[in-house]
Design a protein around this ligand. Sequence first.
Ligand code: HEC
Ligand code: HEC
Ligand code: HEC
Ligand code: HEC
Ligand code: HEC
Length: 409
Amino acid sequence: MKQIILIFILCLTQVSATKIKQQYAQSKYCIGCHKEQGKDWITSLHSKSHLTKNTLYLKILQYIEEEKFIYKEVEALRCGKCHNPRMDTKDIDLSYSLSKAYGIEDENSKKIDAILNNETNKEGISCIVCHNVDKINYKSDDLSKTDKHKKYTLARGYEALTFGPSEIMVGPYKESFRTTHHKMKQGTHFRENVNTLCFACHYDSKNKRDVLTYNTGAEYEQSKSSEKCVDCHMGKYEKNIISPRVISKVKAVNRNTRRHLFSGARNSNIIQDAINISVKNKNNSLLISLENKTPHKVPTGFAGRELEIEIIYLKNNKPIKKIIKRLNTLYLNRRGNETISYIATELKYDSRLKTKEIRKYKIQNITGATSVQINIWYRLIKESLVPLLNIEDQIFLKKYLIYKKRLKL
Ligand code: HEC
Ligand code: HEC
Ligand code: HEC
Ligand code: HEC
Ligand code: HEC
């Protein structure tokens, strides 16, 4: 009987099914040979996907802990499905919460702390996360007969990923034998089907109350775009030798390569390319038109983002009236107060720009104004959530300028 219980506990605390060999477990071991990929990736959000690397992520976990009494470590394991997909932990929350609540450090809680804070997981979406993906899994009911686009809709994060042996790097090319450090394998999810790799985590997600928290992949499919996620977020193909410093008898081939920026507002100018903007003064009204150029919403992804249109009327260069329009989401809790998507009971509204949408605003000019200033900003976290989450980090408080214009009236 004792043995059975022991086996049962071991099963519950089962970690990653495929163990990563030490020499592949951290990006620093890749960057020695793959400097170009490494120096881009480190600037991306993918490298910051862990509670020790991202203060917004941590603040949200702390907020959930206060509101729902769920230990942040326990919630982090759930979020880790996408944020730290090599964590691959199962139902450990109950025993962990109990040992935390009683302040007991047992084998189990030590193990969970170790999983959460091991060096691979701390690196978030690292080289070995993407390049060790052997297959993208669909659940059987994902394979809808009527709409073949809908086949990625159920499995998420690690559920959607089968990892291969850690010495085989899956990528766009076949084995070249230029290095003995690792093997190579070609995967269609790095070539024609590369969107399916991104969809594993970026498709959509709902919270326990069935409220939508993410939807980028589903938005993208509605757009019927032929551009791939990587065309914009990893840039156009360049010709390069991969790992040029490796000396080998096998001749190096000039390959198509892409930047590993996974561009966002923080590490690129990508938000400047998001919308076509036109501003006119006609018949004593201000006409503003915003056209979404991306194949997903703007903003998309994390539901806390915000676009802010700031219209300032001036008289002889002195501001006399300010009008603000916000494009964002509003999530409510049971009591009808604003909260974050992950624990909301309702998505009250979503005023973000839809794919292909052209949004028009007509604003009656203010009498006496001699000019008007229009600024369009992007915020990583909407203003009304800042006090709620107690955000202090400048990276998240900063407003990113997309557009500005001054018109004489
Ligand atoms: C000793 C140098 C070296 C180290 C260390 C190294 N690589 Fe490589 N890698 C290479 C070389 C050489 C190639 C082959 C380039 C070619 O054929 O064009 C390559 C190819 C690749 C490819 C392309 C695979 C394909 O099938 O298209 C990927 C992906 C890759 N490496 C990822 C990694 C990752 C991830 C790590 C760390 C876990 C790593 N590499 C560590 C030298 C290295
Ligand atoms: C035509 C270029 C283009 C393509 C194709 C594209 N995007 Fe984007 N993406 C953008 C632009 C521009 C932004 C910045 C504006 C914004 O935040 O929405 C962006 C923003 C994002 C963001 C950050 C959003 C935020 O505000 O937090 C994510 C995540 C993202 N895209 C994922 C994807 C995925 C996944 C795909 C493929 C399914 C994809 N994108 C396809 C242009 C593109
Ligand atoms: C989010 C997933 C993801 C992560 C993380 C990632 N890669 Fe890649 N990588 C890709 C994709 C997708 C391609 C294929 C791009 C293409 O050819 O369209 C690629 C291509 C490559 C290639 C082939 C040449 C090139 O640059 O296009 C190498 C080598 C490589 N990656 C190494 C790395 C290393 C090293 C890291 C960590 C520092 C890393 N990758 C992190 C998705 C990823
Ligand atoms: C294993 C899950 C996973 C995969 C696969 C993945 N991503 Fe991500 N991606 C994430 C997570 C999680 C974040 C946010 C990280 C954070 O800040 O905690 C993110 C962030 C991003 C961002 C940054 C947005 C911003 O606001 O700056 C872009 C762009 C992006 N991913 C594009 C891609 C593309 C393109 C692919 C496919 C080649 C891809 N991702 C594959 C999980 C994934
Ligand atoms: C279905 C996969 C998935 C799950 C589950 C998930 N996330 Fe994410 N998360 C993402 C992706 C993809 C992004 C990148 C989108 C973007 O940047 O807009 C992201 C981005 C974020 C960001 C923005 C980070 C930044 O620096 O801007 C935060 C914060 C975040 N997630 C917190 C959480 C928390 C907390 C949980 C658990 C309650 C969670 N996520 C669960 C996929 C997921």
